[in-house]
Design a protein around this ligand. Structure first.
Ligand SMILES: [Zn+2]
Length: 277
């Protein structure tokens, strides 16, 4: 599933290509993609100029000069590709947008069909409800605010990092990589972290996510950017997907455990579990 770095890379690709372009038509082949929006409602964007494309958590927001924006979520397998109008639509392409100034159309592919698209008025309660449910941005939150986030939290650290209301944008890959850099066990209780642990976690979170964006994300399954290039950060993973391989720090074999239905990869030496879990 694309996480913060991959979604950021896609948003940047769309922004550099589409800002200033005028939406001339759209096509919906899989109406269940639309959430809280009918096909008629989508008509609001016709003739509108795209003024920005940005990321919030794992959402992509396409702002228009009108009073509506398009809100995409890629979920498991959502992808954006550019195609000429005469090129065939494959069975996994569910939505397309054409632009006056661009000879190619933007198409949304999604093999697993969990992705979503909403067309929301700005401002509106629907937009506020979606955005207000998201926690702070990991690359924007100040250290002091991050340290305070843990007050009253008793859950396991890995589960907390995956909670989009706690921090927006981190998923399974980056939670494992961040915890390894911070030398913290995924099962540790958030309430048991010392101030130094939380400071190390803040540093590690920023390092991992900034490096991942610089490497244009991780292509673990099918992630490609809007130019259909793979990311490179999977080559820099230290624990994720490295079960049974030696730890890059100590040589111990990397373990994989199940936690809340998800896999967690960690080094039993570098991320030694606390005595009481
Ligand atoms: Zn190790």
């Amino acid at each position: 599933m694309p996480e913060l770095p991959e979604v950021e890379v896609i948003a940047r690709g769309l922004r550099s290509r589409l800002c200033g372009s005028t939406i001339s038509s759209f096509r919906v082949l899989y109406p269940s993609l639309l959430k809280g929006t009918g096909i008629i409602g989508l008509g609001k964007i016709l003739g509108c100029k795209v003024i920005d494309v940005r990321r919030r958590g794992k959402y992509i927001l396409m702002d228009t000069a009108g009073d509506a924006l398009l809100l995409f979520h890629l979920r498991m397998t959502g992808q954006f590709v550019f195609r000429f109008p005469h090129q065939p639509w494959d069975k996994h392409t569910h939505f397309g947008l054409s632009f006056v100034e661009d000879p190619q159309e933007l198409r949304f592919r999604d093999v697993r069909k969990f992705g979503s698209l909403s067309c929301l008025k700005i401002p509106s309660p629907e937009f506020s409800n979606t955005m207000d449910g998201l926690g702070p941005e990991p690359l924007e939150i100040a250290e002091a605010d991050f340290l305070r986030l843990f007050r009253g939290r008793s859950g396991r650290l890995k589960s907390l990092l995956l909670d989009q209301r706690f921090l927006a944008g981190i998923g399974n890959i980056y939670a494992d990589e961040i915890l390894f850099r911070a030398l913290l066990n995924p099962l540790v209780r958030a309430s048991s972290l010392s101030r130094r642990d939380r400071q190390r976690l803040w540093d590690s979170m920023r390092q991992v996510l900034e490096e991942a964006v610089a490497h244009r994300g991780s292509s673990v399954r099918d992630f490609v950017d809007t130019e259909e290039r793979e990311g490179n950060f999977q080559r820099h993973h230290r624990v994720y997907g490295r079960e049974g391989l030696p730890c890059v720090m100590c040589g111990q074999i990397i373990k994989r455990i199940r936690l809340a239905g998800r896999s967690s990869h960690y080094c039993p030496i570098c991320q030694r579990p606390p005595d009481s879990l």
